[in-house]
Ligand binder design. Sequence first.
Ligand SMILES: *Cc1c(COP(=O)(O)O)cnc(C)c1O
Ligand SMILES: [Zn+2]
Length: 433
Amino acid sequence: MTQATKPLKAGTATFTSLSCKECGAEYEAKAIHVCEYCFGPLEVSYDYDAIRRHVTRESIQSGPNSIWRYKSFLPVATDTPIDVGTGMTPLVRSNRLARRLGLKKLYIKNDAVNMPTLSFKDRVVSVALTRAQELGFTTVSCASTGNLANSTAAIAAYAGLDCCVFIPADLEAGKILGTLIYSPTLMAVQGNYDQVNRLCSEVANTYGWGFVNINLRPYYSEGSKTLGYEVAEQLGWELPDHIVAPLASGSLFTKIYKGFQEFIKVGLVADKHVRFSGAQADGCSPIAEAFREERDFIKPVKPNTIAKSIAIGNPADGVYAVDIARKTNGNIESVSDREIIEGMQLLAETEGIFTETAGGTTVAVLKKLVEAGKIDPEESTVIYITGNGLKTQEAVQGYVGEPLTIEAKLDSFERALERSRTLERLDWQQVLV
Ligand SMILES: *Cc1c(COP(=O)(O)O)cnc(C)c1O
Ligand SMILES: [Zn+2]
């Protein structure tokens, strides 16, 4: 382990520039996201020697109880980032789900309780809006599948930034209301996410707004690395053997990988070969299809699934996600909407965690991989639960039964209880025959 000489001077940036993931061309760290030469995506570069000299396990542990304890690995210079308590969500050791699936060391990273809007998107938005302020933006925006709109509107409200967000018009009621409550301008676009995204690219070019996942995308996406750092720290500064995470654009998946690699590079954890497996819905699985067909390119699809938060038909980071799954000996699988609902139910009834459709997708893919023998029971496996089920209630409506309505009398209760026990017995008899 390297010895830190002294902490970083206040206001010091450890990031140096943006560089093209395809051709390596370097750019100043401004609000740009594509390479002028080859149209490749831009990514933030850091001075890892400086980080290695100044950052230790202890200096991280003495930092805030939020993603900002990892500020040296994030693309902001300020010492007063927007800190709404995002991150440091529980890593739960699974007992009952693990036993149900026959796994020995299963962990659940529970971003269903991330602050402030109950999805992992609070991580990327906290970073993007802090950087937006540094770059002088006063209006922020996004193209969202739902959670990003919630998060951008909430954190912009906290930071006092003007906010205009774009969503597909057919989103779940909870996601729409969970945006409107923060009083942004909300544009419900008649079209799917990919059409929303195209519209937003035009707006970003002409209005001078900070779009967290368009012109600020290089900064935004770095926020997902904290899902890698936290798991490493919460496992006692060790990496797991295998992770399973949902894929929409593929950004989250690739950044967990980058986070692990960076911790290895600066000596915070021992080197380890971590397997990366990804989860998609059958109704929108362009990345899983590319993986299955061993392609190096993504064929865009038209999404049709209840897992709306991960329904991106033309995923920007799809090829990088396929590459990581392949080189780490992982897998990318997809599951049906029915399996997604069962996944949500399974996680709830075994672990007491109510996740949204994206989490149901991840649990269902975990189950599928275990059944196919693609996860070893002895491997320490972390599944990433990225959103909260209260936001997608429509998905399970009609699958969870009804309450027993009774009169406020003891005999009414007793009759209802007897009836429900009989029904349960009948249910079991049906299972047995
Ligand atoms: C956005 C989102 C994802 C995936 O995001 P990408 O980084 O685009 O792959 C996963 N889960 C939930 C709940 C999301 O909202
Ligand atoms: Zn380039």
